[in-house]
Structure formats: structure tokens, C-alpha cells
Write a protein that binds this ligand. Structure first.
Ligand SMILES: Cc1cc2nc3c(=O)[nH]c(=O)nc-3n(C[C@H](O)[C@H](O)[C@H](O)COP(=O)(O)OP(=O)(O)OC[C@H]3O[C@@H](n4cnc5c(N)ncnc54)[C@H](O)[C@@H]3O)c2cc1C
Length: 474
């Protein structure tokens, strides 16, 4: 690849990973980050304390030669532990034995990535440097330095990886033909802590993502390496049962005692944290195009912020980097074509995971409580075991493969139809052995196209590389 002088705005998870990957390729990389250096300050690391990394994220970390380095900090979660309103629990594996998603401390991962960028002498990170504007034509970034002075930084290419409230995207929003849409959920979230037990052990089973579904809201908990759990309450912002309605410590205690009684003895600082910790907002951002004339490109949340219910926001941003690198290799030195091919290929997948994340909120807080949900999951697994080349559960496609999200959504919809038809003919599992059921099942599954192993492994289809503008959305 021809070596270039690039500026990356944002040293969050995706910006730092992208900087590392470009530095690895020998490009001269300057990263501008508005916050101070996480490694030297005590400021909070971002909007969630921990997050789940799945196979797409791991692939990107492997490409950056960091997977071995980060592995010791990752805690495997092999399934969901559902805490029913009755107090009983049930464990649902996410996939096959050995498949797991991994809980990571967001800040530690970010710190590690920053250090990984600085391993390269051709890369530098300028902290407390806020991008205030971008000249798209040049391209150049107008930066405010720690002393409040403004500087203009020219580059061959500017990458806007500055998150959901991106300053780079804001400049692009002024362009004619730039589509932009942001949608807030009328839910917010709040983080709370379950500390380790007095002997240092986890207070709940650590190899699971815990969920307390309560139809219109839910609490979840992810394990941390220090023996604690970070819990997140996803709750309406307004209304009878809402953040707005919980005004006093007694309101909070009463609410938790009635909805999540098993958690109350585990959260000694519940009321304190509830009023000190901020209430976060949840939004989806869709925009297009992501690039300007081969000079500017948006990546990560700046291009496609999603709600967190599939645990894929960062994973999708990491996957952006893997896919983009593939397109750059293919089209180098013509980055303009590479950017256009990339955004056309990637946009349908960004839209698909945005949609799936919204739908998964309903499944997590409500769907899992329905009596037929377990039967549905069992039938899904039965079909997956029986027809491994054709029927792959949607969660598996999203989490444990590299199939483009758009393809996963398309196949998921077809599979959903099959499940519905078969469930209509199911009272209990024993019905699946009936010859008429088996015949119908065979016929329905045969209509599914076989899964392309190359797609499952994340290959960019040849037809897209050959005809980059013949597919995708605009
Ligand atoms: C509650 C919650 C839970 C989540 N859980 C998961 C999960 O389990 N798994 C998962 O994959 N994803 C998860 N996500 C999504 C994930 O956090 C984001 O997708 C990810 O952080 C996006 O990374 P990014 O680098 O694109 O943006 P950010 O992390 O937002 O980083 C942007 C960076 O740009 C900097 N910046 C912003 N503006 C400027 C400027 N003007 N000048 C210079 N620098 C600037 C910021 O300081 C920041 O460092 C979760 C999100 C939330 C809200």
C-alpha cells in the first residue's frame, strides 16, 4: 500500500484500533482525542464499564496482533442466566459448548489499544485535542489544543471515528445529498454494582450474562475480573414506572425489593449509586454516505451508532476496520473507490444490526418470559443440529460468525418463518418425531439456501469486489 499521512479523529475503541491497523501498514498516523489520556487520569472510561466482545471483535484484535495480549482480561460468558420474577433461574447457552462472548473492561481495553498504537514510531496520539471542524475539500481538521489555541492540521485522509456525536459527521451533514437520522429510545440506562463477596468471589455465577427480564424493563449484569458485576438497568425515562418516578431512596429500595429482590442484598450501595450515577441515553444513528471524495470517511459509532442489546456496537465498529482494510488492499492506491465500495457494502449490514439490536431489546426484556419461548429455542437448536449447513440460529450468525449482518438478518427472517410454521404444529417436543412433521420440516428447510462457508468466515464476496457499485443501499 502507498503510505499516506492520515488523521484519525477519536481515540475511542474503534479509532484506536484503526490507528493501530493503519500504523501497522506503515502509514503516518495522527490521532486527535478530545479527552485526556485514560492511562494517566481517573476520569471514567466511557459510557459503560464493561462490554461484550464476540467473534467479530476477536477477528479484528487478531488482525491487530493483540488477541493474545487482551485474552487474560476477558471473561467468557457462555449463556444467559435468566432470573424469573418468581426468583427461579434458568441458564440458556448462547451456542455450542466452547462458544462464548467475553466480558471486557471497556477502559482497560481502550488503554491497551492506546499503548498498542504508540508502539509504532509512525503513529502519535494528541490528547486533549478537540476537533472543532473539518475542511472536507482539503482535507484538514481544525483542532482546539489544551491551551485553547486553534490549529489547522492537513492530511491526505481524515477518518471520523469520534463516536455518536461526531464533529466530522456534523460537517458532512451540511453536504447536499447527505442523509441523516437519529432516533432515541424512550428508555435510559443506569449502571450499578454488585461487589465481590467477602472472600473475593463473584456473588453470582460468573460465566453468564445475567438478565432479570420484567416485560417493559430489565436489569442485566456482566462479570468483571475483580469479582464484581456491573449491572445495567434499562428502564423507561418517563411514566408510572420510570426513572422520573423514582425520586427518593425509599422509592428505589421499594422498586428493587418488588422487582429484583434477589439483587438487593448483593448491592450494598444501591441507592447511593442510583442517584450518583448518570442516566445514559440510547440512540440509533443512521447516515449515508460515510465518505467524501476519498478524503474523509466515517467509521464506528460516527457512521452507525446502535442500541446495545445485541452487544454488537463495538464489534461492528471493529469489523468496519477489518472490512475496510480488505477494500483498501484491493483498490490501493485508489482509496476513493475503496471508500465508496466499502460504504456500499457495509451500509446494509449497519442497518441490519441496528434493526436486530432494537428487536433484541424486546426479546431480552419480554420474549424470554413467554412460555413458548423455551420451546422455540429448543426447536431452533433441533433444526440447527439436524441441518447445520442450512439452519444457523440468528444469534449464532450474528455473534459467532463473520457473515455480513445483512445476510444474517435475511436468513434470520426466512428461518423465523419456518419456526413459526413448525411451532403452530407443536404442542410438545414429542410432536417433532411425527412423520408428517418431519416431512414438512424437510420441505421447509430445503427451501433455505445452503450457508456459504466463505460468507460465514467473513469473506467479502467476489462479486462485490468486482462490481463495488452494483450492490448496497444509498
Ligand atoms: C450501555 C452500553 C453498553 C454497550 N455494550 C456493548 C457491548 O457489550 N458490546 C459492543 O460491541 N458494544 C457495546 N456498546 C457499544 C459501544 O460502546 C460503541 O459501539 C463503541 O464504543 C463505539 O466506539 P467508537 O470508537 O466508534 O466511539 P466512542 O467509543 O464513542 O469513541 C469516540 C472517541 O472520540 C472522541 N471524540 C469525540 N468527539 C471528539 C472530537 N470532537 N474531537 C476529538 N475526539 C473526539 C471521544 O472522546 C471518544 O474517545 C455499548 C454501548 C452502551 C451505551
Amino acid at each position: 500500500m502507498r503510505q499516506r499521512n492520515v488523521v484519525i479523529v477519536g481515540a475511542g475503541l474503534v479509532g484506536a484500533l484503526w490507528a493501530r491497523l493503519l500504523a501497522q501498514q506503515g502509514h503516518r498516523v495522527t490521532v486527535l482525542e478530545r479527552r485526556s489520556d485514560l492511562r494517566r487520569t481517573a476520569i471514567p472510561g466511557g459510557r459503560s464499564i464493561n462490554l461484550a466482545v464476540s467473534d467479530r471483535g476477536w477477528r479484528a484484535l487478531r488482525l491487530a496482533r493483540l488477541d493474545e495480549q487482551v485474552r487474560p482480561f476477558a471473561l467468557p460468558m457462555e449463556g444467559r442466566m435468566i432470573h424469573e420474577p418468581s426468583g427461579s433461574t434458568r441458564f440458556q447457552p448462547y451456542g455450542k459448548p466452547g462458544q462464548a462472548i467475553y466480558s471486557f473492561h471497556r477502559r482497560r481495553l481502550n488503554e491497551l489499544l492506546l499503548t498498542a498504537v504508540e508502539e509504532y514510531p509512525n503513529a502519535r496520539i494528541l490528547f486533549e485535542h478537540r476537533c472543532v471542524d473539518v475542511e472536507l475539500e482539503t482535507p484538514a481538521v481544525l483542532v482546539e489544543t489544551p491551551t485553547g489555541e486553534r490549529q489547522r492540521l492537513e492530511a491526505e485522509v481524515v477518518f471520523g471515528v469520534d463516536g455518536a456525536y461526531s464533529a466530522v459527521r456534523l460537517r458532512m451533514q451540511h453536504l447536499e445529498g447527505f442523509n441523516y437520522c437519529q432516533e432515541y429510545l424512550d428508555y435510559g440506562y443506569k449502571e450499578l454494582t454488585i461487589p465481590p463477596r467477602s472472600d473475593g468471589a463473584w456473588a453470582l455465577f460468573p460465566r453468564a450474562l445475567h438478565i432479570w427480564p420484567r416485560h417493559s424493563f430489565m436489569l442485566i449484569a456482566l462479570p468483571n475480573p475483580d469479582g464484581s458485576f456491573t449491572c445495567t438497568l434499562f428502564f423507561p425515562l418517563e411514566g408510572e414506572l420510570s426513572f422520573a418516578a423514582l425520586r427518593t431512596e425509599e422509592d428505589v429500595r421499594h422498586f428493587f425489593r418488588s422487582e429484583f429482590p434477589d439483587t438487593v442484598p448483593l448491592m450494598p450501595k444501591l441507592t447511593e449509586e442510583f442517584f450518583v450515577n448518570p442516566t445514559g441515553s440510547l440512540l440509533t444513528i443512521r447516515c449515508f454516505p460515510w465518505s467524501y471524495d476519498g478524503k474523509v470517511l466515517l467509521l464506528g459509532d460516527a457512521a452507525h451508532a446502535i442500541v446495545p442489546f445485541y452487544g454488537q456496537g463495538m464489534n461492528a465498529g471493529f469489523e468496519d476496520c477489518v472490512v475496510l482494510l480488505e477494500f483498501l488492499r484491493q483498490y490501493d492506491p485508489d482509496w476513493s473507490t475503496a471508500f465508496r465500495a466499502f460504504e456500499r457494502f457495509r451500509k446494509p449490514s449497519a442497518d441490519a444490526i441496528a434493526q436486530l439490536a432494537l428487536e433484541n431489546f424486546v426479546e431480552m426484556r419480554d420474549g424470554v418470559l413467554h412460555p413458548r419461548f423455551q420451546l422455540r429455542k429448543k426447536l431452533e437448536q433441533y433444526l440447527a443440529d439436524r441441518y447445520p449447513d442450512r439452519f444457523v440460529p440468528l444469534y449464532t450468525m450474528v455473534t459467532f460468525t463473520h457473515m455480513p449482518y445483512a445476510e444474517a438478518l435475511r436468513r434470520g427472517r426466512l428461518q423465523e418463518r419456518i419456526l413459526e410454521i413448525l411451532l403452530e404444529r407443536t404442542e410438545s417436543e414429542s410432536d417433532w418425531q411425527a412423520p408428517s412433521f418431519q416431512q414438512m420440516m424437510e420441505k421447509l428447510v430445503e427451501e433455505l439456501p445452503p450457508c456459504d462457508p466463505a460468507l460465514l468466515a467473513g469473506a467479502v464476496p467476489e462479486r462485490i469486489l468486482e462490481h463495488p457499485f452494483g450492490t448496497g443501499s444509498g
